[in-house]
Write a protein that binds this ligand. Structure first.
Ligand code: UGA
Length: 443
């Protein structure tokens, strides 16, 4: 592969590492600047600090092209394109905290002939504000659309690449378009503010889809329909699409909760009350708690009960615990007097700090031992393989709430376990899988 334009990346977090490793894979030399020295040390030793499938292999394969440093000067002396991949967590007011972005921008200064390429999710208007203060440094908005767990694949096979720049900055937008060109994805060239809004609106829309299907699930619970069947039927309409229609315990992670909040606040700060988004956020908050009612249906009281959580991460294939539904659920359960025991195949270490009172088990079976109830919180594939007859024997009360509609109700119920799901009331449900199969409710 021929040598391609060198690239600078600021921030070795999840987005920064995936971006750097994927650009290296495309043949670019990449200098990654990270302020935490221990992180740089471990990356130099070849240790990857996050759980993201394919990332360690990609970093290993492209070691020659990747440099990790704590020095901003190494970036400033080299590449033209500086990708900003730092965190923008929410502040108490719900606004995005731009302090890491601002710190990076300050250190970069205003060098002519270079371009700052913003990957971090920032409020609309941030680009123009930064550019006003640093007029010689070109500014391009190039939001990321990576999903944790499939980020490498999402990067290398994007649906689209959004590149926003204002007039006069075409050289920088062209340069960014050039480095994405080998991926063969449609490139959306637009102005700076619209690019920033595309990112926020995309996440808000996906979050809206999830809250919508969760509300449909809640109605299904009342009226006896099965939300998975409803979603299947809805999703075949291409105007709706079948993605992001999985009802469950609500959305978590570092993006949807933060970005919906940030858009709501951005609208509010500009004098607009974003009513729909307010509801999306509220539905999501309540959804995390709905399991409590499902448990109470079968248990008189939760005081002194042992409740097992299967999975803690905000979704499978990641160890990310940010805004995970498990955090709210565990503390609600503890608040009701239950003892919570949990197992997660990769998030245990991160979860320990956040859930100090939760007993961490070494395996799914160990979590279920002697439990009065279990809740499937994260749809890790290994949970679908459990020996349900053995689970029924081990639990002191075989009650399972499937918070992600992930398990096969027939197999679970056949083992004598009381099975509850989200929007799949345990009256007779009809499943169509190759042929029609009647599933008898069993309580
Ligand atoms: C999300 C977006 O999907 C990415 O496009 C975006 O780039 C990223 O945020 C970001 O802004 O950085 P991510 O947070 O990694 O990606 O994960 P998702 O797969 O979108 O899941 C988010 C949450 O929604 C999870 O808690 C998941 O369990 C939940 N979800 C997702 C549902 O409850 N139902 C669904 O149908 C889909």
């Amino acid at each position: 592969m021929s040598e391609r334009e060198p690239i600078g990346v600021v921030g070795a977090g999840w987005v920064g590492l995936v971006t750097a490793a994927c650009f290296a894979e495309l043949g670019h030399r990449v200098v990654v600047r990270e302020i935490v020295p221990e992180k740089v040390e471990s990356l130099r030793r070849g240790e990857v600090p996050i759980h993201e499938p394919e990332l360690p292999e990609l970093i290993e394969r492209n070691r020659e092209r990747l440099t990790f440093t704590t020095e901003m000067s190494e970036l400033l002396d080299g590449p033209r394109l500086l990708f900003i991949c730092v965190q923008t967590p929410p502040t108490y007011s719900g606004d995005a905290d731009l302090s890491a972005v601002n710190r990076a921008v300050e250190e970069i200064g205003d060098p002519a002939g270079k371009a700052l390429v913003m990957k971090s999710t920032v409020p609309v208007g941030t680009g123009r504000t930064i550019h006003r203060d640093a007029p010689d440094l070109a500014y391009v908005s190039c939001p990321e659309f990576l999903k944790e767990g499939t980020a490498v694949n999402d990067f290398l096979k994007p649906d689209r690449v959004v590149i926003g720049a204002d007039p006069g900055e075409e050289w920088a937008a062209d340069a960014v378009a050039g480095i994405y060109e080998p991926l063969g994805a449609p490139i959306v060239r637009t102005d700076l503010s619209s690019a920033e809004m595309i990112k926020l609106a995309s996440n808000a829309y996906l979050a809206t889809k999830i809250s919508f299907i969760n509300e449909i699930a809640n109605v299904c619970d009342e009226v006896g329909a099965d939300v998975t069947e409803v979603a299947r039927g809805m999703g075949m309409d291409p105007r709706i699409g079948d993605k992001f229609l999985n009802a469950g315990l609500g959305f978590g992670g570092s993006c949807f909760p933060k970005d919906t909040q940030a858009l709501k606040i951005l609208a509010g700060n500009s004098g607009y009350h974003f009513q729909l988004l307010n509801s999306v956020i509220e539905v999501n908050e309540l959804q995390k708690r709905r399991v409590m009612a499902k448990l109470s249906k079968h248990l008189d009281s939760l005081v002194g009960k042992r409740v097992a959580l299967l999975g803690l991460a905000f979704k499978p294939d990641t160890d990310d615990m940010r805004e995970a539904s498990s955090l709210v659920l565990a503390s609600r359960l503890e608040g009701e007097g239950a003892t919570v025991v949990a197992f997660d195949p990769v998030a245990e270490q991160r979860a320990r700090e956040l859930l100090p009172k939760v007993d961490m088990a070494a395996s799914a079976m160990e979590t279920l031992d002697g439990a009065d109830a279990a809740v499937l919180v994260t749809e890790w594939p290994e949970f679908a393989q459990l020996d349900w007859a053995e689970v029924a024997k081990r639990m002191s009360n075989p009650l399972l709430v499937d918070g992600r509609n992930f398990l096969d109700p027939v197999a679970v119920r056949a083992a004598g376990i009381t099975y509850e799901a989200i929007g799949r009331p345990s009256v007779a449900a009809i499943r169509v899988a190759g042929g029609r199969e009647a599933e008898q409710a069993e309580r």
